[in-house]
Design a protein around this ligand. Structure first.
Ligand SMILES: [Zn+2]
Length: 189
C-alpha cells in the first residue's frame, strides 16, 4: 500500500491518496480528505456522477425497449437460414470482438437466437444500421444519453495531477484488474 499526501484544492487542508495492489495484481485506490470543505465539494461531484449514471441507464433502457418492441423480430428475421459463421461475419465484419471461436462457443452455450437478442440490445445502434432502421424515437434517447458524461471510465493513472472535479471520475474504491494496455490506450486518448 502506498499513501501520498497532497495539499487540497482550497489549500486549507490535505488529501491522502491511497493505492493498493493485491497478490493477484488487482489494484484499488481512493482518497481520504482531511479538509471538510473539499470533502463536501468532492461528494457533490460524486453524487452528480451517480445521478448522470442513472440517467444514462434509463435512457438506454428506453431505447432498448422501443427497439425490441418494434424491430427485434425484423432483426431475427434478417438472419433466418444464415450459418453461425455468416451471422458472425455480419455482426463483427470479421474484425471486432468476439473472435469466431468465441462466437461459436457462445452460440453453443445459449443458442443463436439468444446470442442475437443479446447482440441487438448491447450493440443497438450498430444493429439498427444492419437492418436499415432509422427511427427518431430510438435515436433521440440514445443521443440524449451520449450528451451525459459517463461515470468512472477514466483510468487511475495521473490522478494526482488533476483538479478535484476531474479526480472524482478517477476514483476506484473497488478492486479492479490492472490492465496495462488499457491504461496506455487511455493515456494516449
Ligand atoms: Zn480543502
Amino acid at each position: 500500500m502506498t499513501e501520498t499526501i497532497r495539499v487540497c484544492d482550497c489549500g486549507e487542508g490535505t488529501i491522502t491518496y491511497i493505492y493498493e495492489m493485491d497478490d493477484w495484481n488487482r489494484t484499488r485506490s481512493w482518497e481520504e480528505f482531511q479538509c471538510l470543505h473539499c470533502k463536501a465539494e468532492h461528494q457533490i461531484i460524486i453524487d452528480k456522477r451517480q445521478r448522470d449514471h442513472l440517467k444514462r441507464e434509463a435512457l438506454l433502457k428506453e431505447a432498448q425497449k422501443l427497439a425490441t418492441d418494434c424491430y427485434l423480430e425484423k432483426w431475427l428475421e434478417h438472419y433466418k437460414g444464415h450459418s453461425s459463421k455468416r451471422v458472425w461475419e455480419t455482426l463483427t465484419g470479421g474484425k471486432v470482438y468476439p473472435a469466431l471461436g468465441t462466437f461459436y462457443r457462445h452460440v453453443r452455450r445459449r443458442g443463436l437466437e439468444v446470442e442475437l437478442k443479446f447482440w441487438f440490445s448491447n450493440e443497438l445502434q450498430e444493429s439498427l444500421k444492419i437492418i436499415d432502421v432509422v427511427d427518431q424515437e430510438i435515436s433521440k434517447p440514445l443521443e440524449d444519453r451520449n450528451r451525459i458524461p459517463e461515470l468512472f471510465r477514466r483510468s487511475l493513472i495521473s490522478i494526482l495531477e488533476y483538479p478535484i472535479k476531474d479526480r472524482a471520475e478517477r476514483r476506484f474504491v473497488e478492486w479492479r484488474s490492472f490492465n496495462i494496455a488499457d491504461i496506455f490506450a487511455e493515456a494516449a486518448a
